[in-house]
Design a protein around this ligand. Structure first.
Ligand SMILES: C[S@@+](CC[C@H](N)C(=O)[O-])C[C@H]1O[C@@H](n2cnc3c(N)ncnc32)[C@H](O)[C@@H]1O
Length: 500
C-alpha cells in the first residue's frame, strides 16, 4: 500500500472497551485531545503525522484554536518522546517498553501538556485521566491518574535535571533535546564538515524541536508574492524572491494555494530550485530542463514555471508511480493554461534515464532521496523512524543519481545536487566521490549564485562557506538555527566543454 493510500484509509481506531463502565464512557475527553490521541495511533501504524493531520481534523471537525491545540499536542508529544519517556518511566515506576503502547500514547500526551505546553497541572492531569478512561479503560486510567499526579509534582527543569543526571555529551543532548543519539552525532558531523562550531549543536537540536514558520511559494506566471500578501500572507519571505510567510490560518484558505498556483514550500527548497535556474550555462541551450527525482513535485513546479518564463520546458522524472501522480497534480493547477512547452513526466529509475537521453539537458536538478535529517521539524515522527544504517543504504543511490545527472546534462550545462540533510556522508562526501571518477565536471561557486538570487542571504552570512578546496568550499549549507530554513545542501556542478 502506498504511503498516501495508507494515510487516507486509516480506520477510526476504537480502543478496547472491556474495562470501561458506562459512567466513564460519558466522561469523554475533549475533542482536541481525542484527536491528538488518534493522530498518534495512526503514526504508530505507519502514517506520516503531517499527511494524517488534515484527515483527523476533518473527522473531529476541529478548526481554529482547537485544531491548533490538537496539532501542538500531538506533534509535541511525538517530537519530545525522547525526553518524556524517561519521565514516564519514573512517574509510573515501569520501563516504557513494558507499558501497553496505547497507554504510553496517552501518557506521552499527558507529559506534553504538563511539561511542554502551558496547560495548568491540574487540567493536564484531569484531562489525561479522562482521555485514559476513554482510550485505555478504567483500570489503566487509575495508573495514569497516579503517574500524572507524580509528573505534575515537578516542573520541566526539575525533571530535565533528573533524567539527564549522570549523562554527558551526545547521550545528554539526546535526552535533553529528544533526538536519537546517532542523529545528534550526525548533526554534529554536519557542523564540523562545514567548519561551524560544534557547540552550535544545541541550537540545531532546539530548532528541530520548533515548528517551522509556514512559507509559501508564488509560482512564477501562476501567482505573485503580491497576490499572496493581498490575500492573507503576513510578510515577504526572508530569502527567496518567490516566498511569503503565513503566520496565521490555514494555507489552503488562500485561493492561489487552494488552486495550486502557489504552495507551501520551505524557503531553502525554493532557493535550491532558483539557484539552479540562475546558474550560468555556456554553449547553446537545448531548451530542456530536468528534475531527476521530482516527487512530490514542489521544486518541479517552481522549476517548470521558471523554465516556461525563459522559453524552456521541464522533464520531471520520479521512481514511484504514486509520487509521479503527485508531480502531475502539482504541475497542473486549476484555472491556468497548461505550461508551454508542456511538461513531460516520466516514471522510472533516474539512473536509467541517461541511457537514452544523455547530454540532452541544460539544467538538471538531482534532489536525491536522503535521511531528511535537515527537515526533522516538519516531520515530528521522522527522527524515531530513521536509522543510522539508512546512511549506508542511501549512499549508492545518491552516487548513481548524481552520476546520471552529470551524464544527462549537456557540456556547458549545470547540475544542482541537493539534499535536505547536512550529513557529510550525503553531501560533500558524495560529491567528492563522484567527482573523483570524472574529468568532465567542474564545481561552480554556489554561494556566489545564491548571493545573486538572494542578496539579503549573502548579507546575513557569507552563505556558510568553509575554508578550503573542493565541494565543501563551493557548495552551500543552509541551517534552521541560522537561516530559519530546512538544512538544505546545494552544490552546483558544470559539465565542461571540450574548449574548457
Ligand atoms: C527528496 S525527494 C524529492 C523532493 C522533490 N524534489 C520536491 O521538491 O518535491 C526524492 C524523491 O526521489 C525519488 N527517488 C528515489 N529513488 C529514485 C530513483 N532511483 N530515481 C528517481 N527518483 C527516485 C523518491 O521517490 C522521492 O520522491
Amino acid at each position: 500500500m502506498s504511503d498516501q493510500n495508507r494515510t487516507r484509509s486509516q480506520p477510526e481506531r476504537r480502543p478496547g472497551r472491556t474495562e470501561r463502565a458506562p459512567r466513564d464512557r460519558a466522561r469523554r475527553a475533549d475533542g482536541a485531545r481525542t484527536a491528538a490521541y488518534q493522530l498518534l495511533a495512526a503514526v504508530d501504524e505507519g502514517a506520516f503525522a503531517n499527511l494524517e493531520l488534515p484527515h483527523v481534523m476533518r473527522r473531529f471537525r476541529l478548526s481554529g484554536r482547537d485544531a491548533a491545540f490538537a496539532t501542538e499536542l500531538a506533534f509535541g508529544a511525538l517530537r519530545m518522546q525522547g525526553l518524556y519517556d524517561p519521565v514516564i518511566a519514573r512517574a509510573t515506576g515501569r520501563a516504557v517498553d513494558t507499558l501497553d503502547p496505547e497507554l504510553l500514547r496517552t501518557l506521552r500526551l499527558g507529559a506534553h501538556q504538563a511539561l511542554g505546553m502551558r496547560v495548568p497541572p491540574h487540567a493536564a492531569a484531569d484531562q489525561t485521566v479522562a482521555l485514559a478512561r476513554w482510550a485505555n479503560g478504567a483500570g489503566p486510567a487509575r495508573l495514569v491518574n497516579a503517574a500524572m499526579h507524580r509528573m505534575t509534582e515537578k516542573d520541566r527543569d526539575t525533571w530535565l535535571a533528573e533524567v539527564t543526571e549522570g549523562l554527558t555529551g551526545a547521550e545528554r543532548l539526546a535526552v535533553a533535546h529528544s533526538h536519537p543519539v546517532w542523529v545528534v552525532r550526525a548533526l554534529q558531523a554536519g557542523l564540523i564538515d562545514r567548519g561551524r562550531p560544534v557547540d552550535e549543536i544545541e541550537a540545531v537540536l532546539e530548532s528541530q524541536n520548533t515548528p517551522a514558520l509556514v512559507s509559501l511559494v508564488a509560482r512564477p506566471g501562476w501567482s505573485t508574492p503580491e497576490e499572496l500578501l493581498e490575500h492573507g500572507a503576513t510578510e515577504p519571505g526572508r530569502w527567496a524572491p518567490s516566498a511569503v510567510t503565513l503566520t496565521e490560518g490555514a494555507p489552503s484558505a488562500l485561493r492561489a494555494v487552494a488552486e495550486g498556483r502557489a504552495g507551501v514550500q520551505d524557503e531553502g527548497s525554493q532557493l535550491s530550485a532558483l539557484v539552479l535556474a540562475a546558474a550560468t550555462t555556456t554553449g547553446e541551450d537545448t531548451g530542456r530542463w530536468l528534475d531527476l527525482c521530482a516527487g512530490p513535485g514542489g521544486k518541479a513546479a517552481l522549476l517548470a514555471t521558471t523554465a516556461t518564463q525563459r522559453g524552456a520546458g521541464l522533464v520531471a522524472n520520479e521512481l514511484h508511480a504514486h509520487r509521479a501522480e503527485l508531480v502531475r497534480q502539482a504541475l497542473h493547477p486549476q484555472g491556468v493554461d497548461p505550461l508551454d512547452p508542456p511538461v513531460e513526466i516520466t516514471v522510472g529509475d533516474g539512473a536509467d534515464l541517461a541511457a537514452d537521453r544523455s547530454g540532452q539537458f541544460d539544467r538538471v536538478l538531482v534532489d536525491v532521496p536522503c535521511t531528511g535529517l535537515g527537515s526533522l521539524r516538519r516531520r515530528p515522527e521522522a527522527r524515531w523512524r530513521r536509522q543510522l544504517s539508512d546512511l549506508a543504504t542511501l549512499g549508492p543511490t545518491q552516487r548513481s543519481l548524481l552520476g546520471a545527472a552529470l551524464d544527462l546534462v549537456r557540456p556547458g550545462g549545470v547540475v544542482a545536487y541537493v539534499t535536505c540533510s547536512p550529513h557529510p556522508a550525503e553531501t560533500s562526501v558524495v560529491v567528492d566521490d563522484v567527482l573523483k571518477g570524472r574529468q568532465d565536471v567542474e564545481l561552480v561557486d554556489t554561494g556566489a549564485v545564491l548571493a545573486e538570487v538572494s542578496p539579503q542571504l549573502a548579507l546575513h552570512e557569507a552563505a556558510g562557506v568553509p575554508e578550503g578546496k573542493g565541494s565543501r568550499a563551493s557548495s552551500v549549507q543552509l541551517w534552521p538555527h541560522v537561516h530559519g530554513t530546512d538544512a538544505m545542501y546545494i552544490c552546483l556542478l558544470r559539465r565542461t566543454t571540450p574548449e574548457d
